[in-house]
Write a protein that binds this ligand. Structure first.
Ligand code: AOF
Ligand code: ZN
Length: 377
């Protein structure tokens, strides 16, 4: 029984992966309905505003849902949000058992299992919980943090440098590493850089040839889409001709948001707006755009995760404020000697005070060492 439960729950996790990169600020959710050992309905949540995973599975099953077991990667919601509660939909359909992996933590949506149990449905939770929580780490972090999830990605040499003194950084990591980095761009709804990176590298910040190895349950790639491109640019120095304004590889218009400091040049702001950017002025903190305000603004817009792509000053500022939730590092077998360090403007007196990381992945990608880690404490 447990083996079967695990198999169908795993299927729910796989279905959820089909929408990676499309559900923000909602979680990834998959659902499977099983009757007499056979799958009679499947569904996943395709994007915020659309029906939940359970609803698609129930539609497919029709009358066969009566007496079936529902396997859902996340506890069914119990609220009227953009859509009605899944708890009621499952009850009305006559499902007799509900097995979930992770419990719901959104205070607005919580309570689905309690309602189902009160309605006479057999409920279970906790199988594959760790994997389900990892699949939705953005969603669960945002519930706790109240700001978007921040993944900081960097490619560095063995001596911890991310660029030569000239600023040249092309390319420190291998092509295999860069393809994994593109999967992170597909995952998170926004990618953020400082204006220094735009001036130096002129990156396109699009999703090209991603390698989805970071996501263990993904069987087929989700539809590709480019992230919202966010530039922190206190004095509005982003060139209106920058590559990030160009159409994406699939022809979609670029979505660009530039945070400037209050009082930035009106003429430069207008030029950016003409180039297609949305420009938002924020109060300055220590002369620069206030990071917490920028993140809070993004979350209000439904952007629940940010891929921080440099450079060292921006990374240092995020670290200093404890705003980094996860790191993805690609360590390349090179030595630069002189060059820009991984994080500037962040430092401690003693080794004992160093920021400690909990390693969650250490894997070779060709010659590069690929690490994923979480700041501790
Ligand atoms: C589920 N199944 O597939 C999803 C759930 O505004 P709404 O109606 O889309 O509700 C969004 C909230 O519902 C979201 O914040 C999360 O707590 C839960 N997501 N619940 O039963 C699903 N996507
Ligand atoms: Zn729901």
């Amino acid at each position: 029984m447990r083996d079967l439960d695990e198999r169908f729950l795993r299927r729910a996790l796989q279905l959820a992966e089909r929408a990676r990169g499309h559900t923000s600020p909602n979680p990834l959710v998959g659902a499977v309905l099983v009757r007499e050992g056979r799958i009679v309905g499947e569904g996943y949540h395709p994007r915020a505003g659309e029906p939940h995973a359970e609803v698609f599975a129930l539609r497919e099953a029709g009358e066969l849902a009566r007496g079936a077991t529902a396997y859902v990667s996340l506890e069914p919601c119990d609220h009227f949000g953009r859509t009605p509660p899944c708890s009621l939909a499952l009850l009305e359909a006559g499902v007799s058992r509900v097995v979930v992996a992770a419990r719901e933590e959104n205070p607005l949506a919580r309570g689905g299992l309690d309602r189902l149990r009160a309605g006479g449905v057999q409920v279970e939770a906790g199988l594959l919980e760790e994997e389900a929580r990892a699949q939705n780490e953005v969603f669960f972090t945002v519930q706790k943090k109240g700001l978007p999830f921040v993944l900081w990605k960097a490619a560095l040499t063995l001596d911890g440098k991310v660029a030569a003194p000239s600023g040249d950084a092309r390319w420190i990591s291998s092509e295999a590493s860069r393809r994994v980095a593109h999967a992170y761009r597909q995952w998170l709804p926004a990618v953020m850089v400082g204006v220094g990176t735009v001036l130096k590298d002129d990156p396109a910040l699009t999703v090209r040839h991603p390698d989805f190895r970071p996501f263990p349950h993904m069987l087929e790639p989700p539809p590709l889409r480019d992230p919202l491109k966010v530039v922190l640019d206190t004095e509005a120095r982003t060139p209106p001709t920058a590559r990030l304004f160009q159409r994406g590889p699939r022809g979609e218009p670029a979505r660009v948001l530039v945070f400037v400091g209050e009082g930035a040049s009106r003429a430069r702001v207008s030029a950016l707006e003409e180039a297609g950017a949305r420009v938002v002025a924020l109060p300055r903190e220590g002369g620069r755009v206030d990071l917490e305000r920028a993140l809070a603004f993004l979350l209000e817009e439904g952007v629940d995760g940010v891929l921080l792509e440099g450079g060292p000053r921006l990374a240092g500022a995020f670290l200093e404020r404890g705003l980094v939730d996860k790191l993805a590092l690609f360590l390349a077998p090179r030595i630069l000697g002189e060059g820009r360090g991984l994080a500037e403007g962040f430092g401690v007196e003693r080794v004992a005070e160093a920021l400690r990381l909990r390693l969650a992945r250490r894997e070779w990608l060709g010659e590069d060492l690929w690490l994923e880690a979480y700041p501790e404490g």
